[in-house]
Ligand binder design. Sequence first.
Ligand code: SAH
Ligand code: SF4
Ligand code: F3S
Length: 467
Amino acid sequence: MCGRWPALSEANLEFCRPAADNPRMKKLFIKTYGCQMNAYDSARMADLLAPLGYAPVEKQEGADMVILNTCHIREKAAEKVYSELGRLAVLKREKPGMLVAVAGCVAQAEGEEMVRRQGAVDMVVGPQSYHRLPEMIARHARDAGHVLETDFPALEKFDALPQASSESGVSAFLTVQEGCDKFCTFCVVPYTRGPEHSRSPESILAEARNLVSRGAREIVLLGQNVNAYRGVDSHGKDWNLARLIDALAQIHDVYRIRYTTSHPRDMDDDLIAAHGNIEKLMPFLHLPVQSGSDSVLAAMNRQHTADDYLRLIGRLRAARPDIAFSSDFIAGFPGESDADFEATMALVRSVKFSQCFSFKYSPRPGTPAAGAKKLVAESVKTSRLLALQALLLEQQDEANKASIGQTMDVLFEKAGRENGQLVGRSPWLQPVHVQAGTSRIGTIGAVKIAALTANSLHGALAQTASA
Ligand code: SAH
Ligand code: SF4
Ligand code: F3S
């Protein structure tokens, strides 16, 4: 629903520029589903395949290679992949040499079954193995059989990936941590992404410098559980996320830093303090809570209570009074009573979120909750989700309306749909539209907000750009 990062819906990738008009270039089409980490992985796959002559295109028709980078988080997300594969099988009959690869979390979870179910699939590659794609393409060319790679060699992947070699967007994703050891009872991520693993601070800082040299001005640090980041540097010293953010803030042309997604249990004192001390760290935090009921939170194995969450919000607000929050919610988890759901609504009323994602519970094969007996009826799930979304939308509207008349710093990211218009982001991640020239892309300007349409703010430049 609302929110900027298309966390769990299809993400259309900005790096998909048309292939150069070079007949020797092979056309690569990547379709990305799921979270920001998949968007990051898709961009890295494009970098990895560029030396083999593959250039991104925007249509799958006529492509030499199609990669579906998939998401397994809910049933609907996974099923989309099979319908897409059906369409690709038809295209492949017209162009038999076309390579079809399935990457991401469905590949990891159901790779072998996928090859059995859909003969059009040439390659299956898990999220920890995609650095092996060039070698897999070569293997496929040699013996034309299906190639499957779904190990978890997390330690080698980042070393094997090349640095980005194309232009970066103004806001760039940078994966610093992968995997999850939390095992929430509803969630597939620990099984599809494997155990928690943090990259070394040196390799992250080098990647950030490279992104900045290619035009990035905002770095969004990514991890399935990004605040569990524990990197070890070349002197054997441990770094937590706060220290990493502090080091990134020293890079002159990094204007803004964000991180996502965090688990409430991993918000340590240093990170809370960083929100007060590091000016480049933006006053916006996505902090999923899932439910406001302690018994549901316990059944989900979230390892915190509703009150723990509220106290955490209080400490973050004390460190950075203007901080805005977003969250994820699941409606209709097994055993959720009317009173449990009311507790979620009460938590939402008490926090006041500025944006949110909310979902109906979807049982996932292999997760502990999938075997639960006390299921919530589909119609009840739907009515709870609608009530929750109405409240969240009201809060989002309130936050946006409160921006009218304010002057805020906006980082301009790209041209808008209308002529002469730029789109940027406020510190609180709201999209802001202004009339201004494209030379301001990549700079920060003070904008006086005048109006609100749907989810976007509209305003005018208040003074010359400050960066
Ligand atoms: N690591 C993050 C979230 C990863 S998944 C965290 O701990 O918060 C993103 C969101 O998808 C979750 O926060 C949850 O709200 C939702 N989700 C995950 N599994 C789900 C399921 N089985 N059914 C419905 N929503 C689910
Ligand atoms: Fe899934 Fe929980 Fe891990 Fe988030 S913390 S990825 S919801 S298991
Ligand atoms: Fe989906 Fe995998 Fe991300 S299941 S949400 S693509 S970690």
